[in-house]
Design a protein around this ligand. Structure first.
Ligand code: HXC
Length: 259
């Protein structure tokens, strides 16, 4: 597929995807969703690719939201009949392999929601997160009210949704929304370095670790603990478990088969 709104490049076992509509602050329109879906599907399907990074082009924005110009003339029936925004779940969230959002500048509305779909967020010191949909007469539609609340708790999520105010990088880190902050000019390099470290891990173990942590958001503790044990037990049947533990005992790096 030829992409017009995103850039996709591979650096070894890491796929770097860049939102590329800088003239619209990387606003997320239907074409972006279609292309991101194709890129994430291709990443998931390629056994040589083991981690991905999603970032925004330009310094000003990761993404300033869903594309308001695309939504302004739609009515409720259009949104309902198209089940607007449902494609983000099937096209992006359903990715089984790990990926990181590297956020500089604005991550607002759908931009904040897209970043929160990642397995974790690394923020530049310039990052600003917000759910300003209320100012447009609407509310988050791509998971913001749910994922932000789980990430930072009710008080901050409610205040942000009701006032539309932004959170800067320091507050986002304090609140648990991002894993860490790096200098803006180091953002992509740092995210790629982290992705390379993940890519060097046994790949099935990486997928299972991702699934386990995500299950913590979906279920109660007893069910989560049971699922964790079962997934752990399944991993012990892999060749990479045998190799990982043998390599430790033999004091050498493991060589992964990916199964
Ligand atoms: C479409 C957008 C856009 C968006 C920016 N642009 N955000 N286009 N959708 N979400 C466009 C502008 O129209 C402009 O293009 C260009 O990007 C630069 O933006 P400016 O506003 O001129 O930049 P600046 O003055 O620096 O302000 C930056 C900003 C502001 C504070 C981020 O752009 C802004 O407030 N954007 C909207 C943020 C927002 O409300 N996001 C939530 C969207 S709703 P032109 O060509 O016009 O000059 C959403 C979910 C909705 O995400 C769910 C309900 C159904």
């Amino acid at each position: 597929m030829t992409y017009e709104t995103i850039l996709v490049e591979q650096q070894g076992a890491v796929t770097l995807i860049t939102l590329n509509r800088p003239q619209a602050l990387n606003a997320l329109n239907s074409q972006v969703l279609t292309e991101l879906t194709a890129a994430f599907n291709a990443y998931d399907a390629d056994p040589k690719q083991r981690c991905a990074v999603l970032t925004g082009s330009g310094e000003k924005a990761f993404a300033a939201g869903a594309d308001i110009k695309e939504m302004v003339d739609k009515d409720a029936a259009d949104f309902f009949l198209q089940d607007f925004f449902s494609g983000w779940q099937t096209g992006v969230v359903a990715t089984r392999k790990p990926w990181i959002a590297a956020v500089a500048g604005f991550a607002l509305g759908g931009g904040c929601e897209l970043a929160m779909m990642a397995d974790f967020i690394i923020a530049a010191d310039t990052a600003k997160f917000g759910q300003p949909e209320i100012k447009l007469g609407v509310a988050p539609g791509m998971g913001g009210s749910q994922r932000l609340t789980r990430a930072v708790g009710k008080a901050k999520a409610m205040e942000m949704c009701l006032t539309g105010r932004n959170m800067d990088a320091a507050e986002a880190e304090r609140s648990g929304l991002v894993s860490r902050i790096v200098a803006a000019d180091q953002l992509v390099a740092e995210a790629l370095k982290t992705a390379q470290a993940i890519a060097a891990m046994p790949p099935m173990a990486a997928m299972v670790n991702k699934e386990m942590v995500n299950i913590a958001f979906e279920t109660n503790l007893a069910q989560g603990l049971l699922t964790e044990r079962r997934l752990f037990q399944i991993l012990t049947a892999t060749q990479d478990k045998k190799e990982g533990m043998t390599a430790f005992v033999e004091k050498r790096p493991g060589v992964w088969k990916g199964r």
